[in-house]
Design a protein around this ligand. Structure first.
Ligand SMILES: CC(C)(COP(=O)(O)OP(=O)(O)OC[C@H]1O[C@@H](n2cnc3c(N)ncnc32)[C@H](O)[C@@H]1OP(=O)(O)O)[C@@H](O)C(=O)NCCC(=O)NCCS
Length: 193
């Protein structure tokens, strides 16, 4: 597995969107993070995953957390108990005859820490890990009404591939969005700002 806190050679890691805000570290999730992850999940989603779902995915290659220990980021009153986990992304990989498919299954930033670039940093780090582990394409599903997340994904190069009616338990449709992550990694010679 690629170590997500270390740059991968030749991938252009080091652009502004790859660096978390000062004092925040993006690293692989550990068991001790799961409660913090679950608290953020419950704060931002109307139909949160159960705790056990995160436990099962603990070894997923791109289960990363933004650790804000030692900073006061995310300390606003957002209904999430104090903790180090400011946000997380869960991404895994399915073998597919040499064209492995990455899947960003979940991503969230606690409300008090949103809008500071953390969501983009988490997404990009997960994409680097998945590309480094052999993904050719990365997919995700997003609620039709979630324009904020959609604009982040579109900005990183994801294209809507199809709409799945009643994908979510409350009846809302999802857009499936796809990214050619090989191309993304090649073209992403981000200027070290
Ligand atoms: C989606 C989410 C992860 C983004 O994280 P974030 O840390 O707030 O986002 P960032 O600060 O990195 O912003 C990244 C991009 O998101 C979009 N964005 C952020 N805030 C936005 C807003 N208020 N309105 C519209 N777009 C917005 C923009 O494209 C932004 O890029 P820009 O700053 O260059 O314009 C976060 O809003 C979140 O946790 N939402 C609730 C959970 C969720 O919906 N997860 C996605 C499930 S598919």
């Amino acid at each position: 597995m690629t170590t997500p806190t270390e740059p991968m050679s030749g991938d252009g890691l080091g652009g502004a969107g790859d660096r978390p805000p000062a004092g925040v570290t993006v690293r692989s999730a550990e068991r001790a993070d799961l409660l913090g992850v679950f608290r953020v999940e419950k704060a931002v989603f109307t139909q949160p995953w159960p705790f056990a779902a995160f436990e099962k995915l603990l070894d997923a290659p791109a289960f990363l957390v933004a650790d804000g220990a030692g900073t006061d980021r995310g300390s606003g009153d957002d209904g999430v108990a104090a903790g180090d986990v400011l946000g997380y992304v869960v991404g895994d990989l399915t073998p597919n005859h040499g064209r492995d498919i990455g899947h960003v299954k979940d991503i969230a930033v606690r409300p008090a820490a949103q809008g500071q670039g953390l969501g983009r940093t988490l997404l990009r780090r997960a994409l680097y890990v998945l590309a480094g582990d052999g993904a050719s394409v990365v997919k995700l599903e997003v609620r039709e009404s979630n324009h904020r997340a959609q604009s982040l994904y579109a900005d990183e190069g994801f294209d809507p591939a199809r709409r799945i009616p009643r994908y979510y338990a409350d009846g809302e449709a999802a857009f499936v969005m796809l990214l050619d992550v090989d191309e993304w990694a090649r073209g992403d010679d981000a200027d070290p700002a």
